[in-house]
Design a binder for this molecule. Structure first.
Ligand code: ATP
Ligand code: ATP
Ligand code: MG
Ligand code: MG
Length: 889
């Protein structure tokens, strides 16, 4: 049994519309060992290891279903079991994932496609690996293979896994904010492994880092962490604070304590998490010890008056008190029988208690500080406290050191509420916590005293969202409502386009139109990422990484994503949904690669873009594979695009009030026409679009129609669409290798990088339609990794349409022999009746292009299919026929 291949899909994919992991699992000889044959020992062992599996319904859709399935008849196969184990492991680590699907792969006996949902990438991958080990460990010795080391221990591996998963999970405060954002339909992106999170897209984005927001003023955070300055500011406004002195020396500390009057508190000048604080010091000696403890954390030490009462955290968000909590330091309560040590163990058995910040409550530890507290109370770890005796293990109430929290939001006195709001406003925080000490929170501080000992920036939320006692409070919601007031935009419209040919061109056209309409588009293409028309990153940027890049760019307010087959198969879509999804065509290219062998399979991959479209699916009705996709979208509207005004189905769709874009003949040429809800909108004459070469380049007419339909679906004004198309050009610098024209030689050069039969055919059509006085010459090639039949089809697409053919190959052979590609294509041309004298084989790209240019005579058309684009284009513009003057520098 082994994993042959693993893909992690970050978004919608062939397998699900949410993140899943897919394993190709080879069962090997275990194919002969379904669960029933493995016997009860295996099933029992599995349930003992992961009791939660007993809840999995599986095909029976009721708890116990999976276990039944494993025992009944032949049982089920281990791939399927692995899927359930990988899901259950994540559940054990606290994740809410349920989806899985396992299928045997056709034609590969014993090999399974195991798909399961995951919550976090590393955690999900590790779940699959651990699942494999667990299954192997439960097999009879002779079937186990070498998957489990001899000293492997299930419990240990499981706990390691849980810790690993939790380290990667968002902390409780950040998680609560992310959940509140999700409830409001606001998308989020985690920006690092800690708690930095982007909420919303593009220019609407807001950021949080735990409970610090992008709007929290830096100066307020600085003030809050300066206890002396905070104390002074609050005091000067008449808010209740202890009297305080800052000291540097032991003697200074004693003098200060005497001046303030015992009892006092000592604490480090910039401390946190209760470190180095000593409370209720009643003598000079205690002050000396307290000073030393604080000095370990800070150069200066604060001495302040001791405040009677319980510790309260008053949480203020956006100028309002949203929760109040009473906090009790970590403690145990005696029962007259157990020792302190035993009582601690008992408390720690509470499943809500975990390690550090990870759980609702933190475990108590019997460390030096706890022992000091016990000593003060005249106890040791082995004493048996009396029934109901409260034994403190900490002097401060921080949850992170084992404290507990009781919600008191409903009973806080209005004066105390106002006091907290005033204090947070005085410091300047949008989200802040006031630590307030009082003997009774339900009574006004004006009546019974009490004081603010600290103001906290980045206050933790876990004590409010999951208090150990009392009502949980939604404190994250108000933060999100502050960042995104009702009605404020959070998402940018997203348009995605896919297809075999024309994606980059169409995506660029659409981005250009949106720019003309006043948007700041973010565009991802095979050429790179463009922000507002400027290329920010070069290279093939059509996968999910570049989608994220665009959506996190703080400038953009609309996103256009070229979506390619490769990225979809490798990692899925980078976004959960798109407003507008378009498919141009599904043609044979890349077949036989990555398990995609037929046009239908290729269509299924590209269809994802349509499946996740919410507002409009733009479909090329002239391509039968694309037309079929109309049954797979839940978008509010389908917009068909057709070059054939008589298209029956489209006519019917229009008559029924549907949306379409059709090409219609008029007195002056061809008119791109939009139909919507019964109205008929003439958009633009095709010859007014420069990228169509006076309307002759039909593939770009089609691309323009798709781009216009997408723009229309995005709500862009007709005039902006018209202006966009009229000003969109295909110079080499804007669109290298996409139908670039060079007219400075006596002959015309058309330069393109079409590399499949469909694209090459489109260019050959164009060559036919252009007025050419002389001959037509073509330089032809095909990528080495395509099937022979694809190379032949490329040759067939030009055969008979040119006067001379030069067959070349790309620099990169992609597994072919030196002149294999040109020989195959030359033979294919001859088979189509092209005379041998009209064909030259010149394998090297530069030599082939040079030969074609030399062949050019005034009035000729030279169509060059190029691969090394920049080098070849330079070659074209620098070319000088023999005898001509040297190029001007
Ligand atoms: P944290 O990071 O958890 O907020 P900190 O290190 O910033 O802790 P403080 O908030 O100043 O420290 O103090 C921690 C706890 O010590 C308080 O919550 C309170 O229980 C106690 N404490 C601090 N100052 C006083 C005081 N003047 N009188 C009584 N108790 C005090
Ligand atoms: P890639 O998969 O390489 O990223 P793409 O889909 O982004 O390609 P473009 O870069 O826009 O496509 O165009 C590539 C070539 O495909 C063009 O130069 C042209 O030869 C051809 N082509 C463009 N649009 C179409 C179309 N609508 N129909 C047929 N062929 C087209
Ligand atoms: Mg504090
Ligand atoms: Mg492209």
């Amino acid at each position: 049994m082994r994993i042959l291949d693993r893909s992690v899909y970050v978004g919608p994919s062939l397998y699900a519309h949410f993140p899943v992991i897919r394993l190709e699992l080879d069962l090997g000889e275990l194919e002969q060992w379904p669960t029933a044959r493995l016997g009860d020992a295996f099933v029992d062992g599995l349930v003992a290891a992961l009791p939660g599996l007993a809840e999995h319904g599986c095909s029976y859709r009721e708890p116990g279903g999976l276990i039944r399935r494993m025992r009944e008849g032949e049982g089920t196969w281990l791939g399927h079991v692995l899927e359930h184990v990988a899901i259950e492991l994540q559940n054990v680590a606290g994740e809410d994932v349920t989806f899985g699907k396992t299928r045997s792969i056709d034609g590969r006996p014993g090999v399974y496609s195991v798909v399961y949902e995951y919550a976090q990438r590393e955690e999900g991958v590790a779940a699959g690996e651990l699942a494999l080990k667990l299954l192997a460990s439960l097999l009879p010795e002779n079937l186990r293979g070498d998957l489990v080391p001899a000293d492997w221990q299930w419990e240990e591996a499981r706990d390691d896994y849980i810790r690993y998963a939790q380290r990667r999970a968002l902390g409780p405060s950040t998680a609560s904010l992310v959940r509140a954002a999700e409830e409001r339909g606001i998308p989020w992106l985690r920006l690092n492994e800690q708690s930095l999170v982007q909420l919303g897209h593009g220019k609407y984005q807001q950021r949080i880092q735990a409970t610090v927001t992008g709007r929290t003023p830096h100066i307020a955070v600085e003030l809050a962490s300066d206890k002396e300055e905070t104390n002074r500011i609050l005091g000067s406004l008449g808010l209740p604070v202890p009297k305080q002195e800052l000291v540097q020396t032991e003697a200074g500390a004693i003098r200060a304590a005497r001046r303030l009057g015992y009892p006092v508190v000592t604490k480090p000048y910039n401390g946190n998490h209760g470190r180095g604080i000593s409370i209720g010091l009643r003598s000079d000696d205690e002050v000396v010890a307290g000073f030393a403890a604080a000095k370990e954390h800070s150069r200066s030490v604060i001495v302040e008056t001791y405040l009677e009462g319980d510790d309260h955290r008053l949480l203020v968000v956006n100028g309002e008190l949203v929760a109040a909590t009473r906090r009790t330091p970590g403690h145990v309560v005696g029962d007259g029988r157990r020792t302190v040590r035993e009582l601690i163990d008992l408390v720690n058995q509470d499943p809500r208690r975990g390690v550090g910040h990870e759980k609702v409550l933190t475990r108590l530890v019997l460390d030096a500080q706890a022992e000091m507290m016990l000593e003060r109370a005249g106890l040791t770890a082995d004493s048996v406290p009396a029934a109901d005796q409260v034994v403190y293990l900490r002097s401060t109430a921080n949850l992170s050191t084992g404290g507990t929290a009781t919600d008191v939001t409903d009973i806080i006195h209005p004066d105390n509420r106002d006091m907290a709001v005033r204090a947070i406003r005085a410091i300047g925080l949008d989200v802040g916590g006031v630590d307030f000490l009082t003997t009774n929170i339900a009574e006004s501080y004006r009546a019974i005293g009490g004081g603010i000992c600290e103001v906290n920036a980045a206050p933790g939320f876990r004590m409010h969202v999951a208090p150990s006692e009392g009502t949980p409070r939604d404190v994250a919601g108000p933060v999100i409502d502050m960042l995104f007031p009702p009605g404020a935009p959070a998402r940018v419209p997203i348009a995605a386009v896919t297809g075999t040919n024309g994606k980059t061109t169409t995506a660029r056209m659409l981005a250009h139109i949106t720019k003309m309409a006043g948007y700041t588009p973010g565009l991802t293409t095979t050429d790179g990422v463009y922000i507002d028309g400027q290329r920010t990153v070069e290279g093939d940027m059509t996968g999910p990484v570049s989608a994220r890049m665009v959506l996190s760019d703080p400038m953009i307010d609309i996103a256009v994503l070229e979506t390619a087959r490769g990225g979809l198969l490798r990692a899925g879509m980078g976004v959960r949904k798109v407003e507008v999804g378009a498919v141009l065509n599904v043609q044979s290219d890349h077949l036989g690669l990555k398990g995609i062998d037929t046009l239908e399979q290729l269509a299924e991959v590209k269809r994802i873009v349509v499946e996740i479209a919410t507002d409009c699916a733009v479909l090329n009705a002239d391509d039968p594979q694309v037309l079929k996709m109309s049954g797979y979208t839940e978008a509010k509207c389908i917009c068909y695009v057709t070059m054939n005004p008589q298209h029956g189905l489209v006519r019917e769709h229009i008559r029924a009030g549907g949306r379409a874009c059709a090409l219609e003949a008029g007195v002056n040429g061809q008119m791109i026409t939009l139909y919507d809800k019964g109205s008929h909108i003439p958009l633009l004459w095709t010859h007014l679009i420069p990228a169509t070469l006076e309307g002759r380049a039909l593939h770009n007419v089609q691309n323009a129609m798709v781009a216009a339909s997408m723009a229309y679906a995005l709500g862009i004004k007709l005039d902006a669409i018209r202006t966009g198309l009229r000003t969109f050009d295909t110079t080499f610098f804007q669109a290298p290798g996409r139908m670039n024209v060079f007219n400075e030689h006596p002959f015309k050069v058309l330069f393109d990088y079409g590399h499949n039969a469909h694209a090459v055919g489109a260019m050959a059509d164009l060559a036919q339609r252009l007025d050419v006085a002389g001959r037509r010459i073509v330089v032809l090639a095909g990528p080495g990794d395509r099937r022979d039949e694809d190379l032949v089809a490329i040759a067939d697409a030009v055969a008979g349409r040119f006067d001379h053919y030069i067959c070349r190959r790309d620099d990169s052979l992609r597994g072919r022999d030196g002149d294999e590609v040109p020989r195959i294509q030359a033979a294919a041309l001859q088979a189509k009746g092209v005379p041998e004298s009209a064909i030259t084989i010149i394998p090297d790209e530069q030599e082939a292009i040079d030969a074609a240019l030399r062949m050019g005579r005034p009035g000729d058309l030279v169509l060059i299919f190029a691969d090394a684009l920049t080098r070849s284009w330079k070659q074209v513009i620098r070319f000088r026929p023999e005898g001509a003057a040297a190029p001007v520098a």
